[in-house]
Design a protein around this ligand. Structure first.
Ligand code: B12
Ligand code: SF4
Length: 495
């Protein structure tokens, strides 16, 4: 069968598509796990953000897919709905399947859509089984993890247990299935690689636990190294390790760094998401090893520098520094110190706008980011479907916006007990633009051509809505912020 898999075009403030366009790892994993006789095409629509309709129309007409699959995050739901309508109009007999975080966590939102199947949780085996059933005209009743749109409404089959990755059940992703080009991380081709799935923490804002429960499964190093080689052979010079929590087993992560070095794969730049506690508590050994293995950017889930906010986010434990088993306090500064000592850059993940936040507590976090992080990745708490945080926000009546396309993490959709959502966003927006400019010299040293050719566009993006007058203080910055909000609203019309 011909199969077309699409990831959505929507991006958010910290991933401007001028500079960062990453492949969707889920879709290439699906492509690698279907039976080999199928023709699978993967199209990451982030690569054609300004030409979505034309591209989908062309692909459907060229490939004549019998099955079309869409991978959807919550803030991409509206675009996904429009793409489903387009595909339905172009090829009414195609079976349409939706999967990923949003369909898994909010299946009820898809009930009225013109889609045939919804895959909940990991899709590698569920999708393979579904294709087998469609091809043979067999029953889909016994496929765990699948929801089926029948004449009498939706039937939700039982959940599928998370895949045990060590046993080879999940095969390598198939990068050859990609039909669009242009993946980049500031001028260098980027790819994504998984080494594990899952996490055993339960931060209140994170969708991962609702998606798959609290568990942690790992791929063998042989498989991981093969995957990195495959990414490199397909042109990648930067690899993002997309594990939910790669630092959960620090000793395994150390061994992974050693394995990358031994395999000579350390000429690649690596980007990873890390827990501050792991880096702070093991930094002496870990940080120099990471540097040798090629790690360049480390996204630190700092979340917040204030204890009260960390408690609300249920993120205190993963931000705890320990010595000889004793709790020593917040691990953040220690972790940053280790990374900086070894010339790695800190992408500072902070969440501001929590229920108890005042102007002063938000400013304290912004000041921290200004002083210590190399690239700010400051977000607002966002009530994604099914998370404990969402329940809290509903209970407290703090949700101000329910338009899902605005749930992108940098649009404040909830208020605090003291500040309106829009005020929270204004504070972040005002501070963060300037922080981003400070990283230009570091990128210039690494990727001079990218900086020389793309800086005007990048600055125009970062400062969109601002004018010379507003930058010089001759115009109220709130007016510039309102212009930014209006531009952002227009940008969201991807389809
Ligand atoms: C890597 C990652 C990113 C990367 C790369 C994204 C990319 N291009 O793939 C970057 C850094 C860019 C990113 C950014 C964002 N991300 Co992100 N990201 C992740 C992360 C860590 C891993 C995702 C991954 O690759 N997993 C590995 C693959 C194999 O698994 P998978 O994608 O889940 O796919 C499987 C199933 O979902 C299913 N499936 C998926 N699609 C489909 C489609 C079909 C048809 C079928 C059948 C099955 C299926 O089968 C796949 C194979 O088993 C997750 C999870 C986490 N712990 O934080 C968050 C996560 C997905 N991101 C999230 C969010 C919110 C964002 C942002 C909006 C803001 C942010 N928090 O940073 C931005 C927006 C991105 C943008 N487009 O601009 C949320 C999504 C929540 C939600 N309910 O939608 C998550 C869950 C994190 C969280 N906060 O809880 N992200
Ligand atoms: S540690 Fe990371 S992956 Fe695990 S629950 Fe918290 S935010 Fe999610």
């Amino acid at each position: 069968m011909n199969i077309l898999l699409l990831s959505m075009p929507d991006s958010f403030e910290h991933m401007p598509s001028i500079a960062i366009r990453m492949p969707n790892g889920g879709l290439t994993s699906l492509a690698g796990n279907v039976d080999p006789h199928h023709q699978v095409a993967v199209a990451d629509l982030i690569l054609v953000q300004g030409r979505v309709r034309e591209t989908v129309t062309r692909l459907v007409s060229e490939l004549q897919p019998e099955v079309v699959g869409l991978s959807i995050m919550t803030f991409q739901r509206r675009s996904a709905g429009r793409i489903v309508e387009l595909v339905r109009a172009l090829k009414p007999d195609a079976k349409i399947v939706v999967g990923g975080y949003d369909p898994s966590l909010a299946p009820e939102a898809y009930e009225a859509w013109s889609v045939d199947y919804l895959v909940r949780g990991e899709g590698d085996v569920t999708f393979r089984d579904l294709l087998r059933a469609i091809e043979k005209g067999g029953s889909v009743d016994a496929i765990p993890g699948l929801s089926v749109h029948s004449a009498n409404g939706w039937v939700h089959n039982p959940v599928r247990a998370p895949h045990k990755l060590e046993d080879g059940e999940v095969r390598l992703p198939k990068r050859d299935a990609r039909v669009l080009k242009g993946y980049t991380m500031m001028g260098r081709q980027i790819d994504v690689v998984e080494t594990s799935r899952g996490c055993t923490y339960d931060c209140s804002f994170c969708s991962i636990i609702e998606m798959r429960g609290r568990n942690f499964f790992t791929y063998s190093f042989d498989r991981v190294l093969d995957d990195i080689r495959d990414a490199r052979d397909h042109g990648a010079r930067t690899v993002f390790l997309v594990d939910d929590n790669i630092m959960l087993n620090v000793h395994r992560f150390e061994a992974l760094c050693e394995a990358i070095i031994a395999a000579g794969l350390n000429e690649i730049d690596y980007f990873v998401q890390a827990m501050t506690s792991s880096i702070a508590n093991h930094g002496e050994i870990l940080a120099p090893l990471m540097k040798r293995a090629g790690f360049r950017y480390v996204f630190l889930g700092i979340e917040n520098i204030l204890e009260g906010d960390l408690e609300f986010l249920r993120a205190s434990a993963k931000n705890q520094e320990r010595k000889n088993g004793q709790e020593m306090g917040n691990a953040t500064l220690k972790a940053i110190e280790y990374l900086h000592q070894h010339d790695m850059y800190v992408v500072g993940g902070l969440i501001v706008g929590n229920p108890g936040d005042t102007r002063e507590s938000i400013e304290a976090n912004l000041e921290f980011a200004r002083r210590y992080v190399d690239w700010p990745y400051i977000q607002h708490p966002t009530p994604y479907p099914g998370t404990p945080m969402t329940k809290d926000f509903h209970k407290q009546g703090l949700i101000q916006i329910d338009r899902m396309e605005e749930y992108d993490g940098t649009t404040a959709v909830v208020r605090t007990e003291h500040l309106e959502a829009e005020e929270v966003e204004f504070l972040r927006w005002k501070a963060e633009r300037w922080m981003k400019t400070r990283h230009i010299p570091a990128v210039l040293r690494h990727d001079p051509w990218f900086v020389l050719t793309q800086t005007p566009k990048m600055l125009a993006h970062t400062f969109r809505g601002s004018t010379i007058r507003s930058v010089l203080g001759l115009e109220d910055e709130r007016r510039a912020f309102q212009r930014y909000k209006a531009i952002r609203r227009e940008e969201r019309e991807y389809v």
